[in-house]
Design a protein around this ligand. Structure first.
Ligand SMILES: NC(=O)C1=CN([C@@H]2O[C@H](COP(=O)(O)OP(=O)(O)OC[C@H]3O[C@@H](n4cnc5c(N)ncnc54)[C@H](OP(=O)(O)O)[C@@H]3O)[C@@H](O)[C@H]2O)C=CC1
Ligand SMILES: CC(C)(CO)C(=O)C(=O)O
Length: 310
């Protein structure tokens, strides 16, 4: 009998907790790295997913010390972007020659950080679509039915490790795909997310009114156009009019949809703007592509980026 896939989830909040729970439910050998009250609750009461497809795992393997988990087949990175450096330092004991490390964090800079810290052969690319948050310790709440994971080798090959992860995801009911062009998938989400997060957080409204008002709709379109221009300058295979495609996609989502960064702003949490619109500015500067709207979004949110506690 083949051994179940051993998966370490580094950061078991909205994203990692949700997809890790589904993987465990499907039979994968999942080990959650968590901390604080969330870790205590997971140790005493397991992990619960609330929402359209609820799950309760009464017992889970959860720790704050990745070294106790040992070598893993897959490490899924699910910490907020500001915690990336410390998380990458902590996952070293999990990584052997064949381990796949996949960041499902938002943005595109995440994979540069991974490449700086680990051998390229250990790194696969990933994108997560879901709207989840820790509701209370040990409990992840999902809003709406969307859930999708895309991952793949950066050279486009269908590797055995990619196939095994796909199988484990499908067994857990995850809408998963092994992508032949994961870099483009990561940028496609980036275009949409920078548009959604930049507009909802600065205008402080969900997407419905923003897409209905001609002035804010044009703003959203132009913010996404900048991301497309920067991606194309970096050699990403995005059609020139891809922002118009994403605007059509925006018209299909619920009018109440907003970005996690807007939620974070309303709760006084730290913001990922440095890696979202800020990442567009940084990557635009590298190629001489102007990004005035994303620069404005970063500047407008600068005083909020550290959260209320800052
Ligand atoms: N949630 C979502 O719907 C989606 C999120 N994403 C992206 O996924 C990433 C994670 O977001 P999300 O899951 O929402 O964030 P959360 O804050 O819900 O989860 C991250 C968790 O990781 C924990 N953590 C951080 N560092 C460590 C560490 N060193 N050891 C143990 N635990 C640690 C945090 O603990 P603490 O709270 O103590 O800091 C927190 O519980 C972000 O880049 C986000 O943009 C992408 C798609 C959808
Ligand atoms: C748009 C969404 C919910 C998609 O997963 C997201 O990633 C975010 O708001 O951070």
């Amino acid at each position: 009998m083949t051994q179940p896939l051993k998966i370490a989830v580094m950061g078991s909040g909205g994203l990692g907790g949700y997809f890790g729970a589904r993987l465990a439910n499907g039979g994968a050998d999942v080990h959650f790295v968590a901390r604080g009250a969330h870790l205590q609750a997971m140790r005493s009461d397991g992990l619960r997913i609330e929402g359209p497809e609820p799950i309760h795992l009464p017992r889970v393997s959860a720790t704050d010390d990745p070294a106790t988990i040992g070598l893993s087949d897959v490490v899924m990175l699910g910490v907020k972007l500001w915690d990336t450096d410390s998380a990458l330092a902590q996952i070293r004991p999990l990584v052997g020659p064949d381990t796949a490390i996949i960041s499902f964090q938002n943005g595109v800079l995440k994979d540069q950080y991974l490449r700086a810290a680990f051998d390229a052969k250990n790194i696969m690319g990933g994108v997560g679509y879901v709207a989840t948050a820790i509701d209370r310790p040990g409990v992840i709440k999902q809003t709406g039915p969307m859930q999708r994971l895309l991952f793949g080798e950066f050279d486009g090959s269908r590797s055995p490790r990619g196939e095994r992860l796909l199988e484990a995801c499908l067994a857990g009911g995850i809408k998963a795909e092994l992508s032949g062009d994961i870099r483009r998938e990561i940028w496609q989400k980036y275009v949409f997310l920078v548009g959604l997060s930049g507009t909802t957080a600065t205008i402080r409204k969900p997407i419905g009114p923003i897409r209905e008002n001609p002035q804010t709709r044009a703003f959203l379109h132009d913010v996404m156009r900048e991301v497309v221009a920067v991606g194309r300058a970096h050699g990403v295979d995005l059609p020139e009019d891809f922002a118009a495609n994403r605007l059509e996609f925006v018209d299909t989502v619920s009018k109440d949809m907003t970005a996690s960064m807007h939620h974070d702003l309303e709760r006084g949490n730290r913001l990922e703007v440095r890696w979202l619109s800020g990442g567009v500015v940084e990557l635009g500067l590298e190629k001489g592509v102007p990004t005035p709207l994303n620069r404005a979004i970063s500047d407008i949110l600068a005083l909020h980026a550290g959260g209320k506690a800052a």
